[in-house]
Design a protein around this ligand. Sequence first.
Ligand code: HEM
Length: 517
Amino acid sequence: MFLIIFFTILLIIIIHYVYNFNKIPKESGNIPYVSGLPLMWALIRQKPHDEVEEIMSKTSGDHEIYLVEQILTFFFLMKKNYVYDFYVVNYRNCRGPATKLAAGATRFGPFKQINFVSPECVKDLLMASEDVAPKIEFHPGSVFYDFFGKGLPFSNGDLWKTYRKLATPAFNSTLRTDMIGETTMELFTFMEKNLSGPTDIFILLQRITIEILGKMAFGHQFNCLKSLEIPHMINVYKYIISFVESPLRIIFPFINKLPLESNKKFLAAIKEFDNFIYEIIEKKKDEMNNNKINNKENSSDLLTKMLEYSKQEGINTDNKQLRDEMVNNFVAGHDTTAVALTVSLYYLAKYPEIQERARSEVINILGDKLTIPTSEQLKGIHPPTTLINLRKPSKPIKVGSYVVPKDNLCIANIWQIHHNPKYWENPNQYNPDRFLINEKSHPFSWIPFSAGHRNCIGQNFSLMEQRVILSMFLLKYEWTLPKDSINKEKLILESQFLLRPVNIELLFTEKEFVYQN
Ligand code: HEM
């Protein structure tokens, strides 16, 4: 049955493409149209992300902005049962000119999308006011809405303004290096107890970034670093994410309404996760109303701070909206940082001389004993990052010398911006020094956390987290790529819901340092 559906859909796609091949759509205005065919072919062959981007970059030539057709291509990655990809230009970028990371958001279906690949054009898009270029929103009936609701990344107008206003100061007060450092020490103990030989670093870093996010977002310990067993709530969460990523359900949303066992299981999982978050919200509210929040330990998480600010400002917070904010922070805040760190550790393994230089930099600032850095010390250490953005103009918008017609999905293709040879010398070469010599020649040529009023609210937190973890790794271990690593020649990134590294195993050797209090 599955095969019949699969081949029928494949046939429809092929007919659609043959029919539309190089036909310039009327709605593209003066924007150049680029065929999505070469990209589709790359996706069929399951090319890694950088090759897919390169193919698209070659196909689009020098255009700063272009319109491509999204394809309903859904190739299941058999090994992981994950979607490969199903839109023409993959806007979840990653690896920037030096070490970079990933993450993403998605919009699927038989739509056209406008791809922004130059800093000048992206600037006009990201700086456009919200009434011209709002973010996309999910609506009831989609699995995205069921889980993400109307959290910051997917809301506009007064709702977004109110919660961004509450979250901004709350985020600033979560910048505590001690909590991250202590959790990193837990990670080292976990590694000593449970791991030997080559270690899948992404899977490992997922554990610590989830643990840190639980503490930072709502003061909860998931205990991902206590044993090899994955905590129940994290399994529930992972199940929800795998469901939300299911292409068939996004393309044919009616499936979600059918009385299928899988749908019931999904809704039950959401309910379980929601109850878990609602309980935390209720507990925090109760603690605050009864003045039980009196020590640093349980008062510096994001949720508590948002509740405190809402009380001070006289803003009524709705439990459902707080739930949406927590869910969105949770999803936006751990794999992104885990990928960034994985990519950093990978390049430092691939280039041992750069690892040594990074270690010397850290030792210079922190001394040569394993220690938790302070915020002051962190200012001297420089790590990297990157990402995506989705806008759907409600009115025609002028971008460079083009006019983007309304209702077209606009994507800032950060990958291509970060690899644009017009702005970066040898963009594919790993060269962290380019940031020291300030090679960035345009304010929008390096936008890992986006820019403008919808930029990443977790940027400072993530950068601090990366700096603490990376510097502590440099003090504690030396690491290399195993001889048979599949990433030996180059970093393989797989396009899933978020861009993910594939089997980045590293070999760690402990350095002989004593923990310094
Ligand atoms: C390396 C790590 C991260 C990267 C590369 C990243 C990247 C981004 C980017 C590019 C956007 C803007 C999208 C747009 O312009 O449409 C964004 C938004 C957002 N990020 Fe991050 N992010 C990271 C970490 C985090 C963390 C740790 C959190 C929270 C704990 C977080 C929470 C959010 C939220 C809530 C938004 C929506 C902001 C709004 O629309 O007002 N992110 N992120």
